[in-house]
Design a protein around this ligand. Structure first.
Ligand code: PA5
Length: 433
């Protein structure tokens, strides 16, 4: 089984700083595994990869097949934890131009996302885009009352009913929501949509391994069995109390050492464009879990080498309150060998015979060297390859490290009281009763 490697050789810390925080990690582990820590009614994700409902899992595969037979387009409606995970996995594991590929090559439905903002322009353009397409919708909301997806669903439901008639539209709508509560559950029951359950004890940002992530991921033709096996192996490996053998706990530990030394910002860095959205998912996971009580590491991202040409200067010479966590993919999916040109006008003949991944690897090494010279600690998380197994495992790695790291910080990593503040004002301004 592929292992995720974590290297903190370039963390710019002393060995005793690692040792001193070990008991805190052990205490956080005990809180999480005993179910006695803060937010313990939202830790259902910890053993979900080995305890999920097999019947529902098979139903997800059947629904994905049905959607692909019925439709050329699946619109996934959701916001925050209800879409970031699925988009991350789909981006990481499908063709870079998935939606633009001809159907014979793509084989599965195009996937568009909606309900993750409140833009009439975006939704109008989406409606224009799907005018001549055969469409299904997967509306995802745990609470079933979130404004952004609710608005998008109201508009898209009307469009589907106008296009197919009410009866046929019902067959094309799949709702993923709480088992009993919320407006979406009521709507699904009253209209007779097929539904999938978001477990009550799993919060949105930990829900990619539930039907929230699994249905859209399966529609994209990704092997959800392998994805869950990766998460299940993560569940087992990252429960190891021996911190020296547990890269997930080492990551939680080191980021806390760095935070305690004034490194208040963590930049998640990747060198593969198809992994860029992982950082969006990770930012929500860590931002919403840790940003509490005036504390928390501020999570941000760099997509390299692109962002070296915009943010590189800031990392190299700006304030020293930043550390980087690089996500590395050891074996790239595809590569290009550079060829010799008879006349070396572009001066690139020195790279002839070399691959683009070799150039990229050296860009990574050179950047790390430069940033270390500039006193920026660098952590490296490596996966062997970008496949369903490794992505499932990596996402579990980050979720487990986040729970432990949140407890180490002394916050409840499973609630998000601050998210309500803007909603209260918005509803007052909108005159919601
Ligand atoms: O992680 C979370 O809990 C949030 O980001 C939610 O996923 C997000 O607010 C969407 O909520 P819901 O699924 O209830 O519509």
């Amino acid at each position: 089984m592929d292992k995720i490697k974590f290297s903190f050789e370039q963390a710019l810390i002393q060995p005793h700083e690692y040792t001193y925080l070990k008991p805190i990690v052990q205490a956080a582990h005990a809180s999480l595994h005993s179910g006695e820590g803060a937010g313990n009614d939202y830790i259902g994700w910890v053993d979900y990869p080995t305890s999920y409902d097999q019947v529902e899992f098979e139903r997800i595969k059947t629904a994905a097949k049905k959607i692909n037979e019925m439709a050329d387009v699946l619109i996934v409606i959701g916001i925050g934890g209800s879409y970031l995970g699925a988009k991350t996995v789909i981006d990481a594991l499908t063709h870079s131009f998935y939606n633009e590929l001809p159907k014979e090559k793509r084989k599965t439905a195009k996937i568009y996302f909606a309900g993750h903002q409140i833009s009439g322009t975006y939704l109008t353009h989406l409606l224009e885009m799907i005018e001549n397409e055969s469409v299904c919708v997967n509306v995802i909301s745990k609470s079933g009352t979130t404004t952004e997806p609710a608005i998008a669903f109201r508009v898209l439901k009307k469009a589907l009913e106008a296009k197919y008639g009410k009866e046929e539209a019902v067959k094309r709508i799949f709702a993923t929501t709480d088992e009993k509560n919320g407006a979406l559950r009521a709507l699904a029951t009253s209209n007779g949509y097929e539904t999938f359950i978001i477990p009550a004890n799993v919060g949105g940002r930990y829900s990619v391994i539930t039907p929230v992530g699994l249905l859209p991921i399966a529609v994209a033709g990704i092997d959800i069995d392998a994805f869950m096996t990766g998460a299940a192996d993560g569940q087992k490996e990252y429960a190891n109390e021996n911190i020296d053998e547990n890269p997930c706990y080492q990551y939680a530990l080191i980021r806390n050492v760095l935070y305690n030394k004034g490194k208040a910002i963590e930049v998640l860095v990747n060198y593969e464009p198809s992994m860029a959205f992982l950082a969006e998912w990770w930012m929500q996971l860590y931002g919403e879990s840790e940003g509490k009580d005036g504390k928390g590491i501020f999570p941000t991202k760099m997509n390299n080498t692109t962002d070296l040409h915009s943010m590189g200067q800031m990392i190299q010479d700006g304030p020293r309150h930043v550390f980087e966590t690089v996500v590395r993919v050891e074996q790239v999916a595809q590569d290009i060998v550079l060829e010799t040109e008879e006349i070396d006008l572009d001066g690139l003949n020195y790279l002839a015979g070399k691959t683009m991944s070799y150039v990229n690897e050296n860009a990574f090494k050179g950047t790390m060297e430069a940033h270390l010279d500039g006193n920026v600690p660098n952590l490296v998380i490596s996966i062997e390859k970008q496949d369903a197994y490794n992505i499932g495992k990596l996402m579990y790695f980050f979720m487990k490290a986040c729970g432990v790291s949140g407890y180490m910080l002394g916050v409840n990593p499973f609630d998000q009281p601050g998210v309500e503040a803007y909603k209260k004002n918005m509803f007052r301004l909108l005159g919601k009763k």
